[in-house]
Design a protein around this ligand. Structure first.
Ligand code: HEM
Length: 169
């Protein structure tokens, strides 16, 4: 166990302390568990043939990314309000599809079961699945918009069956 993993003092006080305390009681989750989850999960991601290169091409400061992800998971799982980023626009342009999200979730589920109590694993997995669905929809919408814009620019390149917009229309 690293110095990080043994810390129990929250990085931020919860904005809803009673709800946070109730969730911690029911699930066994706290900042130290979520920190271990995040660190182990991204160690697997970085070593993964499918997802590793996508992260490696975009993340230069891993210490910062991991710290932001600990804040994100404290916010999502414990309702601490400690994350203020905007993940949707960060994911929308990524070169990913359904198989990438399915693989991300497989690694996340596996790590959650290694690190958390059964109730804690269910709690974080349920949230990860919900967020993954929204991120995947954002990626698909962005790809569809990009394709539509390309076919408007060059109707000859449009996929068969698609009606190109004719002159001036
Ligand atoms: C195919 C699956 C995924 C891939 C390839 C992916 C990749 C990435 C990458 C490359 C970044 C860094 C973006 C940047 O700073 O430019 C990022 C950020 C982030 N990811 Fe994902 N991600 C995936 C799924 C998810 C899921 C399912 C969640 C949540 C459950 C998530 C949560 C986040 C958050 C919160 C950040 C932003 C951190 C910040 O604010 O700096 N990601 N992701």
């Amino acid at each position: 166990m690293t110095a990080h993993e043994s810390e129990t003092i929250p990085i931020v006080a919860s904005s809803r302390p009673e709800m946070t305390a109730a969730i911690m009681e029911e699930t066994g989750l706290d900042e130290a568990v979520l920190r271990t989850l995040v660190h182990r999960f991204y160690a697997k991601i970085r070593a993964d043939d499918l997802l590793g290169p996508i992260f490696a091409a975009r993340i230069t400061d891993w210490a910062r990314h991991l710290e932001r992800m600990v804040g994100f998971w404290c916010s999502v799982a414990l309702m601490t309000g400690s994350y203020h980023g905007r993940p949707v626009p960060l994911h929308a342009p990524l070169p990913v599809e359904a198989a990438h999200f399915a693989h991300w979730l497989m690694l996340f589920r596996e790590t959650a079961h290694e690190v958390c109590t059964p109730a804690g694993a269910d709690h974080v997995i349920e949230r990860a699945e919900r967020i993954a669905r929204s991120l995947q929809m954002a990626v698909e919408l962005t790809a569809a918009r990009r394709e539509a814009a390309a076919s408007l620019r060059d109707p000859r390149g449009a996929a068969p069956g698609r009606v190109p917009v004719a002159g001036g229309g």
